[in-house]
Design a protein around this ligand. Structure first.
Ligand code: GDP
Ligand code: MG
Length: 420
């Protein structure tokens, strides 16, 4: 898959001129790859027409030298990336539980989608941050044992009973008890055991009525394929789905069905499951997800700290001009072009700014949390201009993006950068 998207873009950059036909061929090839990644047909089609609308062929004709073409290919790639990011954004955030306040969270999804696993992971994730979660189970014998085992392992309070009689009554009792115990996160695992869909949805409706959840999370197997839209829609029609979790992202699946789930439920993806273990669970981050979907390689792992170490090595090696050929994606802004001293000074300034960042900021691949206020603080603390701090973050995004495109290249671990 990745191959065909990179191949399509490569083909386009080899063209001597980019006209409608070249773009069309390229988009067709990319569309095929996206369909294989389980993105819904209609969405792929919409993406195609949006890109065609964005691209201005007069501009393309004006820049028909080699550099112009490469810039245009970059632009188109960025446009595709942005379109996909947009499709994952329902435009409003989901309900966010607050620590210290009681929230009831109900999990729904087909049998085997990973609900029971995800319930424990979600509980464990919050428990580690000092929350007081509890698990309630409305399910068959198998899930009862499974959840109880998980809950015991993680020392999370658990309520459930092995009985076929009245699941709604049991869950209502469980929620009631944990409310009394002041748990701040009461997690309800539902069954999905019914053979008849109608019966399954009816039970879900009753459970929802009995527990009045603050949030219903739709759990979706990442490899579900083109069926994702209808499935998500069916759940949304029965209960008020407000968020999505995509599981089994550790497998071969690219998870394109997530786009369908967002569209069908008008809710955001909030976490992804990357394995069966308690801690194989991550906060959803749209950019790495789309990057993975496009087969652009992952920028999982490239953090500001990597850039920091890279810069320190450059300074250690002395002559920037000598090392620049070895550095993938080294920005033109930092390239000396006989301004060796200036480049060195710039790199030193960037290092000073990064010295004013927290460890958490340096070790996160996402700069989402670094808002304007934070940028001003960093500028102030390091005695630099806000504009320069923003430049530094732009440089980081650019480098992270380039590293992500270099498939097969192992991202160096901390301290391994000197192997450049
Ligand atoms: P439920 O029927 O919706 O409750 O699904 P379960 O939580 O019982 O999960 C079904 C199967 O998928 C189990 O064998 C899980 O161990 C497995 N599973 C769940 N989440 C993941 C995941 O993120 N990655 C992998 N590889 N397996 C998972
Ligand atoms: Mg289950």
């Amino acid at each position: 898959l990745g191959g065909s998207i990179s191949h399509a873009l490569q083909q386009m950059s080899n063209a001597t001129i980019i006209d409608e036909k070249v773009l069309s061929d390229c988009l067709n090839e990319i569309s095929r790859a996206l369909l294989q990644a389980d993105v819904q047909y209609k969405m792929v089609h919409d993406m195609q027409s949006n890109i065609k609308r964005i691209v201005n062929f007069d501009d393309l004709a004006a820049g028909h030298n080699k550099l112009g073409i490469i810039q245009q290919v970059d632009f188109i790639q960025q446009a595709i990336f942005n379109e996909l990011c947009k499709m994952l954004d329902p435009g409003k955030p989901s309900f966010t539980p607050k620590k210290g306040k009681t929230s009831v969270i109900m999990f729904v999804g087909l049998q085997g989608s990973g609900k029971t696993t995800t319930c424990t992971q979600y509980a464990y994730y919050h428990q580690r941050k000092g929350w007081k979660p509890a698990l309630v189970c409305v399910d068959t014998f198998r899930a009862f044992c499974q959840l109880k085992q998980n809950a015991t392992k993680a020392k999370i309070p658990f309520y459930g009973r092995y009985t076929e009689s009245d699941p709604v009554k049991i869950v209502a009792e469980g929620v009631e008890r944990f409310k009394k115990e002041n748990c701040d996160l009461i997690i309800v695992d539902t069954s999905g055991r019914h053979k008849q869909e109608a019966a399954l949805f009816e039970e879900m409706r009753q459970v929802s009525e009995a527990t009045k959840p603050d949030l219903v999370i739709f759990v979706m197997d990442g490899s579900i394929g083109q069926a994702a839209f209808d499935q998500a829609q069916a759940f949304k029609q029965s209960v008020a789905v407000g968020a999505v979790i995509v599981t089994k992202m550790d497998g071969h699946a690219k998870g394109g069905g997530a786009l369908s789930a967002v569209a069908a439920t008008k809710s955001p993806v909030i976490f992804i499951g990357t394995g069966e273990h308690m801690d194989e669970f991550e906060v959803f981050d749209v950019k790495p997800f789309v990057s993975h979907l496009l087969g652009m390689g992952d920028w999982f792992g490239f953090t500001p700290r990597h850039m920091y170490e890279q810069f320190q090595n450059i300074l250690k090696m002395g002559c920037i001009d000598q090392v620049r050929s070895m550095l993938p994606g080294f920005s033109a802004k930092l390239r000396p072009n006989d301004h060796e001293k200036e480049s060195q000074a710039k790199i030193k300034r960037y290092i000073t700014m990064m010295d004013s960042m927290t460890d958490a900021e340096l070790d996160s691949t996402s700069t989402k949390l670094i808002n304007e206020a934070r940028i001003r603080q960093i500028a102030w603390a390091s005695g630099q201009h806000v504009r320069d701090v923003m430049d530094m973050f732009e440089e980081y995004e650019r480098l992270a993006n380039i590293w992500s495109k270099m498939k097969g290249l192992k991202i160096p671990k901390k301290g391994e950068m000197s192997a450049l």
